[in-house]
Design a protein around this ligand. Structure first.
Ligand SMILES: Nc1nc(=O)c2c([nH]1)NC[C@@H]1CN(c3ccc(C(=O)N[C@@H](CCC(=O)O)C(=O)O)cc3)C=[N+]21
Ligand SMILES: [Mg+2]
Length: 287
């Protein structure tokens, strides 16, 4: 079997076209959705990612404000910038690019963002809402993975989904979303004994670890759907995921490429959450 590709660029194009219409409808009601992106320090990779987010906003008509600060910015000063954005009615979403310099407590910064502007879905209020099945912002990467599964018509009820990775940003929320979709969910991590024993049972396998070629063909059940969240650079500087793509595509039924898979979908879901934040404010001004 040779797996079919889940094309994150093509699906993003579709979803962004629909978002443009939602933005136009908001404009008609006198609202221009706005996203603030805060970058602290001069990590080159972060600069590229942030520029891509700003570009994507323009593509769907979201107004974006990019704040860049030197790595020496104090935590207190950062918290003050967030307070100002929390109070700014032109801003519906706030994203603080991670990682932050080591002298800044990232979790404290995230908790300072108003939960109704937390379009990353990292605030405990949104994490808690996901946990108990209430409405809230879903973290963009797992949300994008769910959209990809939906797009290929993957019925999750009763399926065995295995997530490798337990970060607050990807692994844990991914597992919760799969659980909400009635999958049987296993979470594997660095202390898991016999990783391959678990992954071989997966109808849906999500790799979110950050280790090139962690998932090889022998670890994949024939016909499985494989979602590669990894974003690594190989020795030659080429972008690669956590999955040995050439090997695994011979066994899987569907697979996401890197680049062109989960990455673009992450940005698309950020745009989605921002439009949703603006829509919510119009419908529920007190939200
Ligand atoms: N507060 C916060 N929210 C984030 O969502 C967040 C963050 N911090 N810090 C960094 C990570 C990383 N991330 C990516 C998103 C899209 C691509 C993406 O579009 N990747 C392209 C390729 C890009 C390239 O060539 O380097 C692709 O996979 O096709 C990559 C990485 C969001 N992050
Ligand atoms: Mg990708």
């Amino acid at each position: 079997m040779t797996a079919q590709l889940i094309d994150g660029v093509a699906l993003s194009r579709q979803l962004r076209a629909a978002l443009r219409e939602r933005v136009a409808a908001l404009n008609g009601r006198g609202c221009r959705p706005g996203l603030a992106v805060i970058l602290v320090g001069d990590d080159p990779a972060s600069q590229v990612y942030v520029r891509n987010k700003v570009k994507a906003c323009a593509e769907v008509g979201i107004h974006s404000v990019l704040q860049t600060h030197p790595a020496s910015l104090t935590e207190q000063a950062l918290l003050q910038h967030i307070d100002a954005l929390n109070a700014d009615p032109a801003i519906h979403g706030i994203l603080v690019q991670l990682p932050l310099p080591p002298h800044i407590d990232a979790q404290r910064v995230i908790e300072a963002i108003a939960p109704d502007k937390d379009v990353d879905g990292f605030h405990v209020a949104n994490a808690g809402a996901l946990m108990v099945g209430q409405p809230g912002f879903r973290p963009c990467t797992p949300y994008g993975c769910m959209k990809m599964l939906e797009h290929i018509g993957c019925a999750l009820r009763g399926k065995h989904a295995v997530v490798i990775g337990r970060s607050n940003i990807v692994g844990k929320p991914m597992a919760m979303l799969l659980l909400q979709a009635h999958a049987t969910v296993t979470i594997c991590h660095s202390a898991t004994a016999e990783l391959a024993h678990h992954t071989r049972q997966a109808d849906v396998l999500v790799a979110a670890v950050g280790r090139p070629a962690l998932v090889t063909a022998d670890m994949v059940k024939p016909g499985a759907v494989v979602i590669d969240v990894g974003m690594n650079r190989d020795a030659t500087g080429k972008l690669c995921g956590d999955v040995d793509f050439e090997g695994v595509r011979q066994v899987a039924s569907w697979i996401t490429p890197v680049p062109g898979g989960v990455g673009p979908m992450t940005i698309t879901m950020l745009l989605t959450n921002t439009v949703e934040a603006a829509e919510r404010r119009l419908t529920t001004p007190s939200f």
